[in-house]
Design a binder for this molecule. Sequence first.
Ligand SMILES: Cc1cc2nc3c(=O)[nH]c(=O)nc-3n(C[C@H](O)[C@H](O)[C@H](O)COP(=O)(O)O)c2cc1C
Length: 452
Amino acid sequence: MRRRGETMILGLFVHPAGHHVAAWRDPAAWTLRQLHEHVALARMAEAAGLDLYFLADFVEVQLESIEAAGRKAHNGVYGFEPLTLLSALAATTRSIGLVATASTSFSDPYVLARQVASLDHLSGGRAGWNAVTSADPGAAFNFGHQSPLPHAARYARAQEFVDVAQGLWDSWDDDAFVEDRATGRFFDPAGLRRLDHVGDHFRVRGPLNIPRPPQGRPIVVQAGSSEAGKALAARTADLVFTAQSSPATATAFYADLKGRLPAHGRRPGDLKILPGLVPIVAATRAEAQTKLEKLQVLVDPVVGLDLLRNLSGGAPLPPLDLDAPLPPRPPSETAQGRQSLVLDLARREGLNVRELYLRLAPGRGHGQVVGDPGDVADAMQHLFETHGCDGFNLMPAVLPGGLTDFIDLVLPELARRGLVGERPDGVTLRERLGLARPAWPRDETKARSAAS
Ligand SMILES: Cc1cc2nc3c(=O)[nH]c(=O)nc-3n(C[C@H](O)[C@H](O)[C@H](O)COP(=O)(O)O)c2cc1C
């Protein structure tokens, strides 16, 4: 079972105050509304050897939450635009990967490909893009639509969007810019390729007005778990971020997704899978449990119920008996993957409504471990070695405390077990993650003519 020589990829998924729904009520939590807090957090993660600074993004204020939870609503009320924030962090970090979430439903592929390529150049090859379809129904109203976009339509556009962005990154050959001062030749026209894309959603001539990014193509991350989401990931993603509530579902998801790669001419190692993980760790199990309890008592039932509404499909909840199981929910048009996760979790663990929202409070249904350093390292090692993941996207319940706990208590244990290694300095994110740099299409032509 041991994956010899392999080490875990570890990302830091950053959420204002931390991932626990009540984290912002902890006086030690950082609001992360100030650049210096992000700079400090990113440097902390980088110094500890973590691989990614990962930012989610939602292009709306969830008015449904404000209706349901009133002024207690806070989740998703604010957030910086990730590419803007990561551009600032590119200047204050040296080696950590910078992953921005951006919507395929409400962005433009030429603009986005250019922004991500720019971040890749400016950061020395450390950019990643988490391509999401913006499932929250209200987002559509900020972009000229009169109704939310259906699931299938969002994914059809997403597929074409990613194809266009990746095609644009290939606009220039790696050595196209010869800049020969003596002859006055700035670039080699043979190294330039127009895209001339005409599809159902986009018409994009190209080329992109920026040289090929240092990574060739910046890292593409995908985070949907529905059939359509998995199909998109298998075809195009380098990294998948996923919510898995148990080791059994994680290993099934891992085998399913890796098994889809050969159909696209890809090998299992070409796609890395990172489930989210909320580690709540202290020197002893009892102290870790106390840490969790201190947060759980801060969960107002109104906020807990709204979290449950949101994650179980989004439709309003009828009046509920908190001590009874959650009644059946209408099928979600929005986030199908998360809805089935929550409903399965409730069934599997036999949770009533109150227990269910408290179970979701630390990490919205992602994996969570509460215990001493050995417990957390055991859970991570087990999932890694039984082929349930290639690493984790860490979701500290409170920031920065949850991160420093992990760094101080769990990382040394993982290192002792040989599960995390030294990361070379001065390499691109692709190299860091063990992913091959995509050859520019002309390289294949060159290789063919050299062989003939
Ligand atoms: C772990 C994870 C993280 C996600 N992060 C975001 C995000 O930051 N912004 C967003 O609009 N959607 C996000 N999503 C939603 C997905 O991109 C997708 O739109 C949604 O899950 C619906 O797809 P599905 O039905 O394939 O699961 C995330 C989903 C998962 C599973």
